[in-house]
Ligand binder design. Structure first.
Ligand code: ADP
Length: 614
């Protein structure tokens, strides 16, 4: 179970790595670049808006200043100085500059000479002295004075502006002081909208708030010089440019993206700020998008691995179980996997293999049965051979004992002085001893020959030899034997045969044995014949007689050692070693020929053997 799960996990991790890995990398890169881009871009955008506002405010103030300057250069001023008559200029000023609500003309000593107001009645009777006011003093020095912002009725922002009235350049004869309604500045500042929570405010170098959407802050006279962005804005760095602080904290302590523009004329600065969270809203959105994509990717990876698991692991399990069952010997099992892919091919190969295995197994069983059968047969023949060996030994002992007994018995008789033996008898005994010795010798020779053949130590001296001549030699050799029984030996040999490749001595030995047997078993005055014919590239030699014949069941056995056909006539058994035919068979087979007998009881026997001509 654990090993199976491992494959699923591998698939899962690889899918997650491929899908989620790609998504995460691209997502992180996107966020990184967006973060930087959006911050800079926003700051730049805000700065532009601030600059526009600064220009507007500056122009507004400039307009006021220009109108006031015009009022200080009236035609009559040079001639008459600052007097009641100046009121006319003031009226014109109010007409030209709608932002000015009140104007006062002061003489060089700071005493009010003319005054005009849009809203209230003013009387010149109240002689007031302005000589100590900052506005008067600064204007008297020839410089334009812009006073701090103050509020009328707790809502309208005002500022005092004072200008010198000069007779000619450098000769100040009075001061023109005006109260300027800054509603316009307020409108500009509060009209700036940046995003949802973006806002703008104006600050003087002193840190005093001039305009702010939250009017209470201005009314409280809140000084914001401690704000980092304000300090940075009013502190020119080396190249004259104001320091630039993108992210700062606002009065509420919130992180904001802050941009500003300076109004040099008034020494004010317009700030535009926007909460960082809002500025980064798009950024957060993209993070959210990336995360959800990641989630979807991981989900897909999960599904993919489950799919693969179903497609691969299931069939693999079936395969595994199949292998297990076959391992237990269930060779008839066939897998049925129709997945339509490599696994199906594998299952088919698996089935083929199992079929081959089953066949091989069946074949093996058959072969084992066959071999067992063969072994049983071999075992049987071994048994037989063993029995045969015992019989063989018994036969040898028996065969040896008879002639040895004869030799010993006759020798004892001849050596016993108490026994009288005639010359005739003596001769007979010695002949018997000689015959027994010869018999023993031939027996031993035959046994030696057999043993040599069995040991594979006999090699034939094959040379082409004239068969006809060999037959004649055999005939003359056995002639005395045949003559004794008045048997006529007929040799009918095909003179055309000529030389046949053979070991002449062995073939003569075979023929002597066969013809000897024929004479031995043929009756008195019976017939014995030898015939040769050629057929199928071999010479066939037939040795026949008119003897008692051999029963069919003995036809094979007489070619085994010590096999003699049991005869009813008991004692009449002709002498023999029982090895002649066995030797003949061995020699014929060594020549590549065959030997067999055709006979029936009472109808004589015909022994045949063949010799290949090539
Ligand atoms: P043996 O020396 O006893 O003849 P063989 O191997 O030559 O040994 O013969 C085996 C036996 O085959 C004989 O003992 C005999 O019983 C039988 N036999 C061989 N030749 C003849 C024959 N021409 N007619 C009848 N029986 C024969």
């Amino acid at each position: 179970m654990r090993r199976r799960g491992r494959l699923v996990r591998h698939y899962f991790f690889i899918s997650v790595l491929l899908i989620a890995g790609g998504l995460i990398t691209s997502g992180i890169l996107e966020i990184y670049f967006r973060y930087h881009e959006s911050r800079e871009q926003l700051a730049l955008l805000q700065q532009k808006a601030a600059a526009v506002a600064a220009v507007k405010i500056e122009r507004f103030i400039q307009d006021v200043e220009t109108a006031m300057k015009a009022a200080t250069k009236g035609r009559d001023i040079a001639r008459e100085g600052i007097s009641q008559e100046y009121k006319f200029e003031l009226k014109r000023l109010l007409f030209l500059a709608p932002a000015i609500t009140e104007a006062v003309a002061l003489d060089a000593n700071g005493s009010k000479q003319a005054q005009i107001s849009r809203f209230r009645a003013v009387s010149l009777d109240v002689k007031s002295d302005f000589s100590n006011s900052t506005a008067f003093q600064q204007a008297k020095e020839g410089k334009t004075y812009f006073g701090p912002v103050y509020f009328v009725r707790d809502s309208e922002p005002y500022m005092t502006v004072a200008l010198p009235i000069e007779h000619f350049r450098g000769n100040v004869i009075g001061v023109l002081q005006a109260e300027v309604n800054l509603k316009y500045v307020w409108e500009v500042i509060s009209g700036i909208k940046q995003g949802k929570a973006g806002y703008s405010y104006a600050v003087a170098r002193s840190g005093d708030l001039i305009a702010h959407p939250d009017i209470s802050l201005v009314l409280q006279g809140r000084n914001v010089s401690q704000l980092n962005q304000v300090q940075a804005a009013f502190q020119p760095v080396a190249d004259g440019q104001a320091a630039w602080l993108t992210v700062a904290r606002n009065l509420q302590g919130r992180n904001v993206i802050s941009s500003f523009a300076l109004i040099p004329r008034l020494d004010w600065a317009v700030f535009i700020e926007r909460p960082v969270e809002e500025a980064y809203e798009t950024l957060y959105a993209s993070v959210l998008r990336t995360s959800s994509l990641l989630l979807v990717g991981v989900g897909m990876a999960l599904f993919a691995s489950l799919f693969v698991a179903r497609r691969v692991i299931g069939p693999l399990r079936v395969l595994g179980q199949g292998v297990e069952r076959i391992g237990r010997g269930d060779l008839g099992l066939r897998l049925d996997l129709k997945t339509g892919d490599e696994i199906e091919v594998l299952a088919e190969e698996f089935n083929k293999m199992t079929a081959a295995l089953q066949e091989a197994y069946a074949d093996l069983e058959k072969k084992v049965a066959e071999r067992t059968q063969e072994l049983a047969v071999a075992n049987q023949s071994l048994d037989e051979a063993s029995r045969h060996k015992s019989a063989f030994l018994a036969s040898i002992s028996h065969e040896f004992r008879t002639p040895l007994n004869a030799i010993i018995g006759f020798s004892e008789v001849l050596l016993d002085p108490s026994l009288r033996v005639t010359e005739e008898e003596r001769r007979q005994f010695l002949t018997d001893i000689l015959n027994s010795g010869r018999h023993l010798l031939s027996l031993i020779n035959d046994l030696l020959d057999l043993a040599k053949i069995e040991a594979g130590r006999v090699e034939l001296q094959v040379e082409p030899a004239p068969l006809h001549e060999i037959l004649q030699t055999v005939k003359s050799t056995v002639h005395p034997l045949a003559a004794k029984k008045s048997i006529d030996i007929q040799v009918e040999s095909d003179g055309e045969i000529g030389a046949v490749p053979m070991d002449a001595a062995r073939i003569k030995q075979i023929l002597l044995n066969l013809v000897g047997n024929a004479i031995k078993f043929a009756p008195e005055a019976g017939k014995v014949w030898v015939r040769t014919t050629t057929k199928d590239g071999a010479v066939r030699i037939e040795v026949g007689d008119t003897g008692p014949g051999i029963p069919a069941e003995e036809h094979e056995r007489i070619f085994q050692e010590f096999r003699q056909v049991a005869r009813d006539s008991g004692n009449d058994q002709p002498e023999g070693t029982g090895l002649g035919l066995a030797l003949a068979k061995k020699f014929v087979e060594m020549h590549g020929g065959k030997i067999w007998v055709e006979s029936e009881l009472g109808k004589g026997s015909r022994f045949y053997f063949t010799l290949p001509l090539a």
